[in-house]
Write a protein that binds this ligand. Structure first.
Ligand SMILES: Nc1nc(=O)c2c([nH]1)NC[C@@H]1CN(c3ccc(C(=O)N[C@@H](CCC(=O)O)C(=O)O)cc3)C=[N+]21
Length: 361
């Protein structure tokens, strides 16, 4: 009953509408986690064609049940498992060689969302037993000053991982900052040498970027076959879309990228066995974009206005969950999907770094 009173969950943003009309302007945001003004436009109900197509593809469907429900890929659960594993390994290393991993987090400026993310990362470090070192710098600080802080963490033997929270203030060149991080402490995996190794056959980077690694970990832990499958990655950012496409390719998927200039994103996406969406556009991917039985990993974390919640907004993914869960065989929720995995992978990368630096296996 209450559901009649709630706002439509698959409200389209203007950006998603533009895509639906196949006139998507270039994405404005640098990465998939930024905030954008939410606008609610009701989502259409699942069309008859889509419902028929689901019915004809589902093997377990009974005549009276025209809809299937996808298995939920529980990122919160898996991230907790990984945190437990990391906790045990940290204790083992501490007992054996007396080393405790350390993570330095540099935050420039005072974006509310970035402050929240940094706070959550610090909390997660505490839970598993990683020492965290936080530096908060004013918005108007110079690049040189930020690089100085990075250099001092590069030289600090208590620090095994360095993370510069993104996005940086507009006046800074991300490249100059990220290049300054010692590649051996680049737990975000954003250093060009790490990305370069990720792209090459027969080479392994020192660190795999956390969100892409988290997506792959979810596929692995849910026994989803990647080899020989068609995968579509929506979005081509340096921090998610591009590296996750490289990882899928390394595991022998046939990978297509869908981006703001793709002619028919719906058609391309609907051929995929695995869809990874990292566009940062609320409800961009409709049920009709999903091939029946496909696996959907939703990386988007988009705030939309919701006066009913204490924060005044709620988080939705790039994928219209209510529609997609009736077509897909498995899907990640937002929140509780890829987000918690990003943090778990950061902890895992920091542990891995300390192990490598101290030659501990
Ligand atoms: N250098 C750098 N590295 C990053 O890894 C990085 C970054 N900069 N800048 C910002 C993005 C964003 N990001 C998230 C991490 C966890 C959740 C997360 O745990 N989300 C929860 C919801 C949290 C909530 O409810 O507010 C979830 O999806 O369930 C989300 C987003 C890491 N980022």
């Amino acid at each position: 009953m209450a559901s009649f009173l709630l706002p439509d969950r698959c409200a389209l943003s203007p950006m998603a509408e533009a895509v639906a009309a196949r006139t998507l302007p270039p994405l404005r945001r640098a990465h998939s986690y930024g905030f954008q003004p939410p606008v609610a436009i009701p989502c259409r109900p699942l069309g008859l064609a889509a419902a028929r197509s689901i019915a004809s593809h589902s093997s377990t469907l009974s005549a009276v049940a025209p809809e299937t429900t996808a298995k939920v890929i529980d990122g919160k659960l898996v991230s907790n498992q990984i945190k437990d594993e990391v906790t045990a390994e940290i204790a083992r290393m501490k007992n054996a060689i007396g080393i405790v991993p350390g993570l330095a987090v540099i935050l420039v400026g005072s974006r509310k969302d970035s402050q929240t993310y940094v706070r959550n990362k610090k909390k997660a470090c505490e839970v598993v037993g990683i020492n965290s070192y936080e530096v908060n710098l004013p918005e108007d600080i110079t690049e040189e000053e930020v690089v100085k802080h990075i250099a001092s963490f590069n030289d600090d033997s208590a620090v095994h991982g360095i993370l510069v929270q993104l996005p940086l203030p507009r006046h800074m060149k991300e490249e100059n900052i990220l290049n300054a991080v010692n590649i051996g402490k680049d737990v975000d995996g954003f250093h060009p040498l790490n990305i370069g190794c990720l792209a090459m056959q027969g080479r392994d980077p020192l660190f795999v970027p956390c969100t892409p690694k988290g997506c792959m970990e979810l596929l692995h832990r849910y026994d989803i076959e990647i080899k020989g499958k068609r995968a579509v990655v929506i979005g081509r950012s340096n921090i998610v879309g591009m590296p996750v496409a490289l990882l899928l390719q390394k595991e022998n998927a046939t990978v297509s990228m869908v981006h703001s200039y793709t002619k028919n994103p719906e058609e391309v996406t609907s051929q995929a066995d695995i869809v990874i969406s990292a566009a940062g556009v609320a409800n961009l991917v409709r049920g009709s974009w999903i091939k029946p039985g496909a696996v959907v990993i939703d990386v988007g974390i988009n705030p939309v206005d919701d006066a009913e919640t204490p924060r005044g907004y709620r988080l939705v993914g790039d994928v219209c969950y209510e529609e997609a869960c009736k077509v897909a065989s498995a899907i990640t929720p937002v929140p509780g999907g890829v987000g918690p995995m990003t943090i778990a992978m950061l902890l895992s990368n920091t542990l891995g770094s300390a192990k490598r630096i101290h030659n501990f296996n």
